[in-house]
Design a protein around this ligand. Sequence first.
Ligand code: PML
Length: 247
Amino acid sequence: MKLFSVKLRASKDGKHISGAERITPYEKINTVINQLYHRLSRKEFDSINIKIDILKEQPLLVEKTLPVVNMNFKNHREANKWAIQIIQKQTGLSEEKIKQLIDLIHFGASPDRENMRGAMIVDLRGNRLEKNRSRGVRTTDVDYLDREKIIRKLKEKCFTERTADALALTTKNMLHSDIIAEYCISDEPDYLTGYVSTKEAYYRLTPLKEKGNEKGGRIYFVKNGADIDKIYRFLEEKPVLIKDVDI
Ligand code: PML
């Protein structure tokens, strides 16, 4: 079956404000564009770009997402302490270094102190490796084989559509042998749930950020000596379809 990648990106005053994407068969392109437009147009925008591309290669089929572990904390400081500990265990970086990196995400990690458009990449010496510090790396071309079923399942457990997207994205990231952990908070000021992923699990932490903070983003922790070009190619180009969620 021919599959297409559909991507919508909204911007205002030349700045990216939100984006969403799906992998879909030809017959559903129209429906998908409507759904994504509906989602993006909740925010004020002055431009939306729609990009439709046929997938040049067959997607990698993955049975299940990472298992979801849901955790609640008294406040975002407690949740971040826990996040730092788990990242410390995975990466061997010092707690202080991890806190510095996480603070960048909470206060704006691009050189102009705005949000990066994609993720930061950090190796196990604490060096930032992304090719461009404003753009970062973007994980794209990942979706569910049957999205409606997955959303239903997640909502039954009080998870959200954002969980669906984040869980798919980080499941793809963790498939790469050089990526060993991820930290993420939303750039949505009222969406306080974030996560840390490892090869073993998706730790969903609430609240991981302070209410009202418009800053957000992701850090991908990679092995020393990782081939950065290969990581970019896999994350930005390899299509992945996931069959089910592990909840
Ligand atoms: C969750 O609900 O499981 C966390 C989702 C994080 C969303 C990050 C984003 O907005 O991109």
